[in-house]
Design a protein around this ligand. Structure first.
Ligand SMILES: [Zn+2]
Length: 279
């Protein structure tokens, strides 16, 4: 009996070695098991139910910009830690961990590139970098992108993904709401086109500023979009929340969004909008 157990164990170990980890993933909506390379080919959208998995900024960049057309902008800006913030872990350590995990300086990358031959400035936020939180670097890069779009008379497209303001930067983080909003107001007054794409999740300070200030506001299907979380709202108003609350479809129904666009159609939608709205 003991012999069989040992043999079974060996077979199990052999099996484990032959199946690399991370090759399969379960869809959280329909629970179908997905083969990762197939899922990647479909821009990380479930073929069974259309669930949009979160994707890395590089996938979004490839999806939207014409091949070989892009150039990264403002790549040298990094967060300082003027408040010497510490909460369990030092903020500087958190930054270092996030940098090595994502290979980025902060929660946003900006590019100059083309969509079907039309020049745009594109920002892509990364939720993997301290929950895509907006600190002074995100605010500064969004501001610089708006300035450049204004100078070049190019549209500005921003793929949003954020847990909100970066608490480790306190008031400096909150100031980014006013800074980016005022820059956008001037850009739009002069006829500039700004299109935010709200992906899962877009919450807090980003929803309270540039996320909701687009000339046209796009979102991905099923994306969580809101300011405070549902638990806080439920406690505050003392009522149960309706089904689908804070999901893209609910927000579109209430008039907060213009279009919900499946990922595979996003480039075509942007290209059409830019063609229609930019003279
Ligand atoms: Zn699914």
């Amino acid at each position: 009996m003991a012999w069989f157990r040992r043999k079974d164990k060996n077979i199990a170990e052999l099996g484990k070695k032959n199946i690399p980890s991370g090759l399969w993933t379960k869809c959280p909506t329909c629970t179908e098991i997905q083969y990762k390379p197939e899922l990647d080919k479909n821009y990380s959208v479930c073929r069974h139910c259309g669930h949009h998995f979160r994707v890395s900024p590089a996938i979004y960049r490839e999806l939207l910009l014409d091949q070989g057309s892009f150039q990264e902008l403002f790549g040298n800006v990094k967060s300082a830690d003027p408040l010497k913030f510490k909460s369990g872990k030092k903020y500087t350590d958190q930054l270092e961990t996030a940098m090595s995990k994502t290979n980025q300086n902060d929660a946003i990358n900006c590019y100059s590139g083309k969509i079907n031959g039309k020049r745009i400035i594109l920002g892509i936020m990364n939720f993997e970098f301290i929950a895509g939180s907006m600190g002074s670097v995100v605010g500064e890069l969004v501001s610089r992108s708006i300035d450049l779009a204004r100078e070049e008379k190019s549209p500005f497209v921003l793929v949003c993904a954020s847990g909100g303001a970066r608490m480790q930067e306190s008031a400096l983080s909150l100031m980014q709401l006013a800074k980016t909003s005022s820059k956008l107001a001037r850009f739009q007054e002069e006829g500039g086109l700004f299109i935010p794409i709200l992906t899962d999740p877009t919450t807090g300070g980003v929803t309270a500023s540039f996320g909701m200030l687009g000339d046209v506001i796009l979102a991905e299907p099923g994306a969580l979009i809101g300011f405070a979380g549902p638990r806080v709202i439920k406690q505050t108003i003392g009522e149960d929340l309706p089904e689908g609350f804070q999901r893209a479809e609910f927000l579109q129904d209430k008039g907060f969004l213009d279009h919900i666009v499946p990922r595979e159609n996003m480039k075509e939608m942007l290209s059409n909008l830019i063609g229609l709205l930019v003279s």
